[in-house]
Design a binder for this molecule. Structure first.
Ligand SMILES: Cc1cc2nc3c(=O)[nH]c(=O)nc-3n(C[C@H](O)[C@H](O)[C@H](O)COP(=O)(O)OP(=O)(O)OC[C@H]3O[C@@H](n4cnc5c(N)ncnc54)[C@H](O)[C@@H]3O)c2cc1C
Length: 507
């Protein structure tokens, strides 16, 4: 049994998922009876936050990765409210965007759900598809479709959409919108994991477009109530402010955050493999090391329960002995690398004003006779008024997707020059940027391949059977900020339930 007094929980990884787990663990839960555990967070980097970080750029503080989060899922907005920074929430000022299709930027048609059209007329009018391609889509409205009731389980987004609406819709809308969001190709992305509305709609008879629209609206009406208007939100100090505030409140609440401290191995004292005893009462020993991954003599730390909020490969390494099947499943999660080139451009270099929040580029596009290197561009100062500086535009150009290795062989100057040249061509910019910054995100975007949710459910089941252990983070049930907060908090709740039950199984 867990020793009397406050149990100790170690959270490994101080990205937003790990910090959210620590928040859930450390707060007094009304009616729980037991005091909250003592919580220690271990982070390899010298600063907490994982991919959520900011840096100065041209007199502003700029988010380097995520610059906003959706309010369609409530977790991020709710956490901001709990942290007392709800009044700092700001909605995106510019919405909508364009796609580079059929030779020029064209506004994305109204009514898209993850790039899937739900209304024919706005699609036909947008010019994203040619007349015959639009007519092919119209078949979805008139040709009776029995629904894919016989097909059970998961399928790729691309397969579902291509089968009903045709390849051009996949290539010019769904892949540039949804594939780009996940830095992957929709022909391998799991519909169940990245847009479950599609799976539900494909199983029903009738028009896929209408079903997707109706299913989305029905889910919005019956799902968890959102606390802010649906859309993208950030904080006046930037999205990374959420991390700063969370760390401040965690530390004030007695949570210890050990930065520059990687966890190299997990040892279960008394584990059957090492001659142990029964599951209840076993404790975890964390083998600690410095940020370079080699031992620095910092030693070990003992905890009653552990939350792993790490990239899948790192969790797999730690679980290899204790839950080999879970480790094997996690190690199959592939990761894509992406880069961003952020530029400040004088307004005088724009031949025409920017419209919307940005543009996206289909994979097969050529720009100036060359295959597109860029995947899209976000007009940062248009989206977030707190980033606006008179006389300049701030553009974030995205590069890289699963399977695209071209950015890796370019140095930062080459990458910035190549990406800016293509962006300048698309936007007809007439001059160079006044400032540029390249940020590389190596292996940071998990790829949810078909069957992902089944594998994650198995991981949870196997991990629960180990006892005193939970897994969270972007590799599990959603990679956006709200989903990571949700998975972190759920892992925290599981561990607390396990501790209350005597420390054996995490359910
Ligand atoms: C470029 C980019 C743009 C994005 N834009 C958006 C956006 O606009 N909106 C949105 O909602 N989401 C966005 N995302 C996704 C979202 O930001 C991430 O999925 C999420 O922040 C990941 O959080 P995490 O805690 O799961 O993982 P991470 O942030 O990766 O945290 C894991 C932590 O574990 C640490 N670690 C690893 N190994 C060890 C070890 N052995 N011991 C101790 N610590 C270890 C790492 O150092 C890291 O800090 C974006 C992601 C990227 C890469």
């Amino acid at each position: 049994m867990i020793p009397a007094g406050r149990p100790t929980v170690a959270v490994i990884g101080a990205g937003i998922a790990g910090l959210a787990a620590a928040w859930e663990l450390a707060r007094a839960s009304p009616g729980a009876g037991a005091p909250p555990p003592e919580v220690h967070v271990f982070e390899r980097d010298l600063r907490p936050g994982g991919v959520l970080r900011s840096a100065p750029f041209g007199g502003r503080t700029l988010d380097l990765a995520a610059d906003g989060f959706t309010s369609r899922r409530p977790e991020a907005v709710t956490l901001c409210e709990e942290l007392g920074i709800g009044d700092e929430l700001v909605p995106a000022a510019a919405t909508g965007g364009s796609v580079l299709a059929r030779g020029r930027l064209r506004p994305l048609p109204a009514g898209l759900v993850s790039g899937v059209p739900t209304r024919w007329w706005p699609l036909a009018r947008s010019g994203v598809l040619g007349p015959l391609e639009s007519l092919r889509v119209a078949r979805d409205l008139v040709v009776p479709h029995p629904g894919a009731r016989q097909v059970t389980g998961d399928r790729s987004v691309g397969e579902i959409v291509a089968g009903r609406l045709g390849r051009p819709v996949v290539e010019r809308l769904v892949d540039p919108v949804l594939g780009d969001r996940h830095a992957g190709g929709v022909d391998s992305l799991s519909a169940a994991a990245v847009e479950p509305v599609l799976i539900a709609a494909s199983h029903q008879p009738g028009s896929l477009m209408h079903r997707v629209g109706r299913t989305r609206r029905a889910r919005e009406c019956t799902g968890t109530p959102v606390v802010r208007a649906p859309g993208s939100w950030s904080l006046t100090g930037g999205t990374a402010r959420l991390v700063d505030r969370l760390v401040e409140r965690l530390r004030a609440g007695g949570v210890a955050i050990h930065t520059g401290t990687a966890v190299e191995a997990l040892v279960r004292d008394g584990h059957p493999a090492t001659g142990g005893g029964s599951q209840g009462g076993l404790r975890w020993r964390l083998v600690l090391a410095g940020p370079d991954g080699v031992g620095t003599g910092e030693g070990t730390f003992t905890a009653d329960a552990v939350v792993c909020a790490l990239p899948a490969t790192a969790t797999a390494t730690l679980l290899a002995v204790h839950a080999p099947m879970a480790a094997g499943l996690l190690s199959t999660v592939a990761y894509a690398s992406v880069s961003t080139v952020t530029v400040s451009v004088p307004v005088s270099a724009l031949r025409r004003p920017l419209s919307g929040a940005g543009f996206t580029v289909p994979q097969a596009t050529t720009i100036d006779g060359r295959p597109a290197l860029i995947t899209g561009c976000s007009y940062l100062a248009r989206r977030w008024p707190h980033l606006a500086v008179a006389g300049t535009e701030l553009l974030r150009i995205s590069v890289g997707r699963a399977g695209d290795h071209r950015p890796a062989v370019l140095d930062d100057d080459e990458l910035a020059a190549a990406a800016f040249a293509q962006c300048a061509q698309v936007l007809s910019l007439t001059g160079p940027p006044s400032l540029a910054m390249v940020t590389r995100w190596d292996r940071t975007c998990p790829q949810y391949q078909v069957g992902h949710l089944v594998r994650v459910a198995k991981v949870d089941e196997v991990v629960a059977a180990v006892g005193g252990l939970a897994v969270a983070g972007a590799a599990t049930r959603g990679a956006d900020i709200p989903a990571c907060i949700g998975s972190g908090r759920e892992a925290g709740r599981r561990v607390r339930r396990s501790l209350a039950a005597g420390g054996s199984r995490v359910r």
